[in-house]
Design a protein around this ligand. Structure first.
Ligand code: DOR
Ligand code: ZN
Length: 428
């Protein structure tokens, strides 16, 4: 059995401690631990976090292997400090059957770079018309608990109600991409002063907020669990805050890009900023940061959306929506939340590991850093400063909005059940 001693790491940002990994498990946490033949990682000053967990990753396999595969996507995840990702269902074919989710699950097991938990589609073909075989996907080897038509909204209230009722039986959750389709026909960016000036079709906040309002009410009515994907407006935050104050089973996520970027960037007409939901205003960014800090928003989810350059290096109107995020998420959170004093590192562990793992009901992930727990760990050097260079990404795609931008922090080591997937900043 291989042993690793991480020496002098600030566990969740607290006092420096040694952490001994033996096989796949954390064997001891303390001071002055004996190396006793273990490989030693000198961590002085670095932060040790539980392995990060992403609730919202587009791995693109099967069908769009030109933009990402399970192998390249999980390598990108490990580079970014993740030990588990939820693979979204909008693949080709759509992950709406036990066969497809099992295929993705099996590919994840073979990739070895992080755990892959497939998300099942809510409706057949993401078409919003007919419920997919939710029970069969849950009972499959992939044990699906999170269902989403992400990329599309489950806009039919009756279908949404039935889905919520169905997953209640096995403690599942519906992750809604909240976007009222009629209100966003032809929309290209956030509806506001910038869209008016640029003459681009606007995407009103109410298109997101009205669906969230309906769905928290439906979840309460049915007594089931709803999760709101990528909240992007101040109004959405208010609705989720209200739903939580009622004690309803509602959780929500925010992406790193919605914590940092605004629709002012669309003035460049650079499609790297084209994303769904769209970048919003400074006031929205402020509300999202505050909501993540106070726990109204449960977690950060990347919405890692790789696209090949031919789908992004074109005019704004024709470009695909989405940006890669796995390899920059932690740096953006450090920049927007930690260095602004809104969240400490224990808060980062909560919002990027404990809570997303709990929402997905993932076993063995999002666990405390203590003896007896699985050794899923991420070591971060918060003092590092460097420009983002997409040429160094493990992802197959390069569509990052941060190219050349200086961001703080760097993942130096990632451990998946005790095995290093990243060592000294390099994939193993
Ligand atoms: O920007 C986005 N891209 N938002 C989504 O909801 C889907 C995603 C994708 O699949 O490219
Ligand atoms: Zn989405």
């Amino acid at each position: 059995m291989s042993k690793t001693l991480i020496r002098g790491a600030k566990v969740l940002g607290g006092e420096a401690q040694d952490v001994l990994i033996d096989g796949g498990t954390v064997a001891a946490v303390g001071t002055g631990l004996d190396a006793d033949g273990a490989r030693v990682v000198e961590a002085d000053g670095r932060i040790l976090l539980p392995g990060l967990v992403d609730l919202h990753t587009h791995l693109r396999e099967p069908g769009r292997e030109d933009s990402e595969t399970v192998l390249t996507g999980t390598r990108a995840a490990a580079s970014g400090g993740y030990t588990a990702v939820h693979a979204m269902a909008n693949t080709f074919p759509v992950a709406d059957t036990a066969g497809v989710v099992e295929q993705v699950w099996r590919l994840g097991r073979e990739s070895g770079h992080c755990d892959v938990q497939p998300v099942g589609a809510v409706t057949v073909g993401l078409e919003g018309k007919q419920l997919a075989e939710l029970g069969a996907m849950h009972e499959s080897a992939a044990s699906v608990r999170v269902f989403s038509d992400d990329g599309k909204c489950v806009d039919d209230a009756v279908i949404m109600r039935r889905a919520l009722e169905y997953v209640k039986a096995f403690d599942g959750v519906i992750a809604q991409h909240a976007q009222e389709p009629r209100l966003t026909e032809g929309a290209q960016m956030n509806e506001g002063t910038v869209s008016a000036e640029l003459g681009l079709g606007g995407w009103p906040a109410v298109a997101e907020e009205s669906v969230i309002a309906r769905d928290v009410l439906l979840a309460a009515h049915v007594g089931s669990r709803v999760h709101i994907c990528h909240l992007s407006t101040a109004g959405s935050v208010e609705i989720v805050r209200w739903a939580k104050s009622k004690g309803w089973n509602v959780t929500a996520e925010v992406t790193p890009h919605h914590l940092l970027l605004t629709d002012e960037l669309v003035r460049s007409y650079d499609p790297v900023y084209k994303v769904n939901p769209p970048l919003r205003t400074e006031a929205d960014v402020r509300a999202l940061r505050e909501a993540l800090a106070d726990g109204t928003i449960d977690c950060v989810a990347t919405d890692h959306a790789p696209h090949p350059h031919e789908d992004k290096d074109c005019e704004w109107g024709a470009a695909a929506m989405g940006m890669v995020g796995l390899e920059t998420a932690l740096s953006v959170v450090q920049h927007t939340m930690v260095e602004t004093g809104l969240l400490d590192w224990a808060g980062v562990a909560d919002r990027m590991s404990f809570r997303p793992a709990a929402i997905g009901r993932l076993a063995g992930q999002g666990r405390p850093v203590s003896a007896g727990e699985p050794a899923n760990l991420t070591l971060v050097d918060p003092a590092y400063r460097g420009a983002v260079d997409s040429a160094r990404f493990a992802s197959r795609s390069r569509n990052t909005p941060y190219q050349g931008r200086e961001l703080p922090g760097r993942v130096t080591h990632t451990f998946l059940r005790g095995r290093a997937t990243v060592m000294d900043g390099k994939l193993v």
